[in-house]
Design a protein around this ligand. Structure first.
Ligand code: COA
Length: 155
């Protein structure tokens, strides 16, 4: 199976936050952001594996760093950082821009998603390995590998 670059499967998903995403005072629900992050991770997993399905097995270290409001442009950025046999760890970062005041975007949330590639019978299947091109990718890969090995040790 041919290995693939991280850039090959990277995904940026954008949405403008509206009333249906928020509470009565205009703050966006964390669940709306988590759904967007999950969709992002799913798309990355699909682009990398082209499996029939990729399911979310784990979400870890999710952090909300600042509130998000109605009218904000939200971009959920996902990239693959580690692959096991059938599992893929994807780092998702959410960036927020207030398009009315022309300020640069700021990071609003981060998380690591573990997605598992499945065949038509729902069985885990092997995914392509990833190609590492720079020091940052190497560092993220090593961190992903440590989390994967530590989970397997503690099973
Ligand atoms: C994820 C799932 C397919 C794993 O099935 P399983 O029978 O435990 O399969 P395995 O034990 O062979 O594990 C398959 C891979 O998943 C990984 N995995 C399983 N459970 C995991 C967990 N809780 N966290 C992280 N990785 C996990 C394993 O490490 C393994 O990775 P590898 O192949 O890279 O070594 C199964 O638990 C499942 O269907 N969960 C529900 C998923 C779901 O519905 N998500 C929400 C909606 S998308």
């Amino acid at each position: 199976m041919k290995s693939k670059s991280i850039g090959n499967s990277a995904v940026n998903l954008c949405n403008v936050m509206q009333h249906q995403h928020s509470n009565l005072v205009g703050n966006v629900h964390g669940g709306e952001i988590m759904k967007m992050m999950d969709n992002t991770a799913g798309l990355v997993a699909y682009k990398h594996s082209h499996a029939s399905r990729a399911v979310t097995a784990r979400v870890s270290e999710i952090e909300f760093l600042q509130p998000i409001h109605i009218g904000n442009l939200v971009t959920s950025k996902g990239r693959l950082i580690y692959t096991g046999n059938s599992s893929m760890e994807i780092k998702v970062e959410v960036w927020v821009e207030d398009i009315r005041n022309n300020q640069p975007g700021t990071k609003a949330a981060t998380a690591y998603f573990t997605m598992v590639a499945l065949n038509n019978d729902g069985k885990p299947i092997k995914v392509p390995e990833i190609e590492i091109y720079n020091d940052e990718e190497q560092l993220l890969y090593q961190e992903g590998k440590q989390r994967y090995e530590s989970r397997n040790r503690n099973k």
